[in-house]
Ligand binder design. Structure first.
Ligand SMILES: [Zn+2]
Length: 197
């Protein structure tokens, strides 16, 4: 075997590093450990693993895993959580009650401010949250509720009353279908939280 071939097979092996057997999405990220060095996590997430999301998922249609690629980083000395989602969830059409796919694919970026004095460090249109309001534990270490924040964004991306664009159910025979009462809206509170603290 020539040395060229050896190099080739080494390069091949390097590109096929095994995925860690346990690549489960962390519930929380230790800020003490990672807020200075940055943190990255990529993998598949299971829609049913999110307690609040599961209540709106269609139970008849199979739910595929969603790809998540997330990182903590600093910009202007402000901590950010950025992530991309690729995939969809199946909800229930509020008109015909059949499954409807909702695409979650998007890029998300939330500034995590130590306090309100940092607001001037971020762009006006930047989403932000105050760390003191979301950090679940302060000791022995400060934990960022990673999974909860991802779920919040998924819920915000998810329409409260999804309907097929070309729903086959005839609407006319019933006349106007009344809009859902706003009282049954579990996500409105979330929407009003962001950026309005
Ligand atoms: Zn429909």
């Amino acid at each position: 075997m020539s040395s060229t071939q050896d190099n080739k097979s080494l390069a091949l092996q390097a590109s096929k590093l095994p995925v860690p057997a346990s690549n489960i999405m962390p519930d929380t990220i230790s800020l003490n450990k990672w807020e200075d060095t940055g943190f990255e996590w990529a993998g598949e997430i299971i829609p049913k693993a999110f307690e609040r999301l599961v209540s709106v998922l269609n139970t008849e249609h199979e739910q595929a895993n969603i790809l998540l690629d997330a990182k903590l980083y600093r910009l202007n000395n402000v901590l950010h959580l950025a992530f991309t989602l690729k995939g969809e969830v199946w909800l229930t059409c509020q008109r015909c009650l059949q499954p409807i796919a909702v695409d979650l694919g998007d890029e998300y970026d939330i500034a995590l401010l130590d306090n309100e004095s940092q607001i001037h460090l971020i762009r006006e249109e930047q989403d932000y949250l105050l760390l003191e309001e979301i950090v679940t534990e302060q000791s022995p270490e400060r934990l960022l509720p990673f999974k909860k924040l991802i779920e919040d964004e998924i819920l915000l991306k998810t329409p409260m009353a999804p309907k097929h664009d070309d729903c086959e159910m005839s609407v006319e025979q019933f006349g106007e279908i009344p809009e859902e009462e706003e009282t049954e809206n579990p996500f409105a509170a979330l929407a009003s939280l962001k950026g309005k603290l």
